[in-house]
Design a protein around this ligand. Structure first.
Ligand code: PMP
Ligand code: GLU
Length: 401
């Protein structure tokens, strides 16, 4: 038989999604597992969104709708971009998608030709390199350093650019490191982006989940030059906890948006109409919803970090946003425990799941060996159990003989 697509065979399944599937399978089998694994809000979706979705269903709004999203939702998102982010994307420059994941994929599909290089700072969200490969591009990974809060340095960006570089992907707040770029840091990167004539894909899905006084900046707001070359991704899966309803969106300069809309018209037609009505219900409720969401994750972060203080041999950066800690376990590896050899983060995550009933995600999926990603989007009760298990599991490791 002839072989499957080289493109599809060249990628591996999402490790965050795979870990979540394993965790939920063990849970369904009645095992007492807890999760610091996939990044999924523990809060319920806002009532305003639920009510809007139910009303839309009752009113029979179940027919096909516009391929780029409901006109009233695109108009509301255009206002949101302008009021909250300082970026003027017209409604025609906005595409509503089935999750931010699909927005990222469609943006890449619409932009890349075979061989185009895409610069991705590591540690990165697991999906970026694989989505670039699926879209026919070539990921170019640029390492960042823990001592620099895992932020891309303009000089490292400049050095990575070749004649084939087309796009830079930035994610602030960052999954998995929690890094948030300041205006000044974005300005320094933007100088290289404009100078080298690159496009930018800015993934801002965690924009509302920031800690202490940290607030996010949208790089498309920096200058008309940046607005003309930046696509801004966002969605309803994180602050609005609509992750199962699969609703994201992307604003982009007109030509890029037009190409994305054409691609979506064939690939999906449009995202679920009911999810779009739910989003329309959530948006006006933002001012009431968002402060309590920040407080919830702030408490979870404070608890998680206080528990990490008690674990010998680990190191981390204070996350400024999102709901993850990217935990260095380098000084604990390689290790043995109960006759089991632990050589890297994959072995460690397996051991924690199988022996300690705790789901985490190995750092290697985010492009960095010697780390575990912990999601603290959880109730304080579950976090207590999870960190007890993490501490016990890590304390039980010994260096190999
Ligand atoms: N970007 C980042 C950085 C993420 O962590 C996620 C997590 N799901 C997404 C995009 C996609 O979110 P969704 O498809 O659920 O909207
Ligand atoms: N984004 C979340 C995570 O990183 C959910 C799973 C996924 O889409 O990768 O865990």
């Amino acid at each position: 038989m002839k072989s499957l697509s080289a493109r599809a065979l060249g990628i591996s399944p999402s490790p965050t999604v795979a870990m979540d599937a394993r965790y939920k399978e063990l849970l369904a089998r009645g095992l007492p597992v807890v999760s610091l694994g996939a990044g999924e809000p523990d809060l319920p979706m806002p009532e305003a969104g639920v009510a809007a979705a139910i009303q839309a269903l009752r009113e029979g709004k179940t027919r096909y709708a516009h391929m780029a999203g409901l006109p009233e939702l695109r108009a509301a998102l255009s206002r949101k971009f302008s009021e909250e982010n300082g970026v003027a994307y017209a409604p025609e420059e906005i595409l509503v998608t089935s999750g931010a994941k699909q927005a990222v994929f469609t943006a890449l599909l619409a932009l890349l030709n075979p061989g185009d290089e895409v610069i991705i700072p590591s540690p990165y969200w697991v999906t970026y390199p694989e989505a670039v490969r699926l879209a026919g591009g070539t990921p170019v990974i640029v390492e960042t350093r823990m001592k620099e809060e895992f932020k891309l340095r303009p000089e490292d960006l400049r050095q990575a650019v070749t004649s084939r570089t087309k796009l830079l992907i930035l994610n602030s707040p960052c999954n998995p490191t929690g890094a948030v770029y300041s205006r000044k840091e974005f300005e320094a990167l933007a100088e290289v982006v404009v100078d080298k004539d690159l496009y930018l894909l800015s993934d801002e899905i965690y924009e509302h989940i920031t800690f202490e006084a940290v607030r996010c900046v949208s790089p498309a707001s920096l200058s008309p030059e940046m607005r003309a070359r930046t696509a801004t991704v966002n969605g309803f899966s994180k602050a609005f906890a609509m992750q199962g309803l699969r609703l994201g969106y992307i604003g982009a300069p007109a030509a890029w948006a037009k190409a994305m809309i054409a691609a979506q018209s064939h690939a999906a037609h449009h995202p679920s109409t009911i999810s779009q009505y739910a989003a329309l219900g959530c948006l006006p409720a933002s001012p009431e919803i968002l402060p309590s969401i920040r407080t919830h994750y702030q408490k979870a972060k404070d608890f998680a970090l206080s528990r990490l203080q008690n674990i010998p041999g680990v190191a981390w950066n204070d996350p400024q946003g999102a709901f993850y800690v990217f935990l260095s376990v380098q000084s604990l590896l390689p290790a043995v425990v109960g006759g089991r050899a632990i050589s890297g983060s994959l072995d460690l995550a397996e051991y924690l799941l199988e022996e300690c009933n705790l789901a985490t995600v190995p750092g290697v999926g985010f492009g960095r060996e010697g780390y575990l990603r912990l999601s603290f989007a959880n109730s304080l009760d579950d976090l207590k159990t999870a960190f007890d298990r993490l501490e016990q599991g890590l304390r039980a490791l010994s260096p190999p003989a």
